[in-house]
Design a protein around this ligand. Structure first.
Ligand code: ARG
Length: 279
């Protein structure tokens, strides 16, 4: 059974993209971003997603918000509702107005995570559905309290995952749902307890080795049976193909400089969390 979401994405063009501050271990402000190359890579990613059968919608980029390209962090979609993110770093707070306006303008119900400063939740970058459960990362970015807050706003059960390794600061760098039974996973980035919980949740896991995870290959999106990945280590490609997936590699090297890749650059619009039944 193929995955039942991942055919519609919201993306934001990198007109103002840059690495002008550092809020994760991958961002080095002395490294220069090639804006033209970033634009070309982003255009090619849009084309690859569309070729795989996905529809892409666009959020207008805004000056002064260089990370706005990473729409996965804008919030979480649940059917016709949008849960705007509450980002940790002030550098990204300004993105919320624009994301919220996009969804309001399309008649989405806005569901607020509240104003408790302890609740930090970085959108679908830290919350991915798998077989009826919302797998939610926390530690460096989203807060532990976010899982409970999410649980109040969606009816799917929420499984919090402690992201121990600061290099893997969002769940989407360590976990990629492939269908109702399969996922790419990086248990080395989690606590042993959480790795055991995910092992129980995912009947067939493709466990990535540390050197494979470091290519950001888990930061992929799945469009039907096509896995669109920023890189594909040979063993991972063979395993995906043996499961019947096609692999499409989209080089997003300019965005890896900011600690993001394919999943981070996309926000799935066709996710419904509230009517999910346990897998
Ligand atoms: N520079 C961005 C940040 O640190 C990258 C975001 C990556 N997004 C993601 N979903 N992992 O916020």
């Amino acid at each position: 059974m193929t995955i039942d979401w991942g055919r519609r994405y919201l993306m934001c063009a990198p007109e103002h993209y840059d690495v002008s501050y550092s809020i994760n271990p991958w961002m080095d402000t002395t490294v220069r971003v090639d804006r033209d190359r970033a634009l070309a890579q982003w255009d090619a990613l849009v084309a690859t997603l569309e070729e795989a059968g996905a529809a892409v919608e666009f959020l207008e980029p805004r000056a002064g918000l260089p990370d706005m390209v990473f729409t996965a962090n804008a919030g979480l979609v649940d059917g016709r509702a949008f849960l705007p993110a509450r980002m940790r770093h002030p550098e990204r707070h300004g993105e919320r107005t624009w994301a919220e306006a996009w969804f309001r303008g399309r008649d989405y119900e806005i569901r607020d995570l509240g104003d408790d400063p302890g609740i930090v939740q970085e959108g679908s970058g830290d919350a991915l559905p798998f077989a009826g459960t919302l797998v939610a990362g926390y530690r460096s970015r989203s807060s532990a309290a976010a899982a409970e807050a999410l649980g109040r706003l969606v009816s799917a059960p929420v499984l919090p995952v402690d992201l121990q390794d600061p290099r893997y600061y969002h769940i989407d760098l360590t976990f990629c749902p492939l269908d109702e039974r399969r996922a790419m996973v990086v248990p080395a980035a989690w606590t042993a307890e959480d790795a055991a919980r995910i092992a129980e949740l995912v009947p067939e896991a493709l466990v990535l080795e540390p050197h494979e995870a470091a290519t950001f290959c888990a930061n992929a999106v799945v469009v039907g049976s096509t896995v669109v990945m920023p890189a594909c280590p040979p063993r991972v490609g063979r395993a995906l193909e043996a499961w019947g997936f096609d692999v499409a590699v989209a080089d997003v090297g300019e965005f890896v400089k900011a600690g993001g890749a394919v999943r981070c650059l996309t926000l799935a619009l066709d996710v419904t969390l509230s009517v999910m039944v346990g897998g």
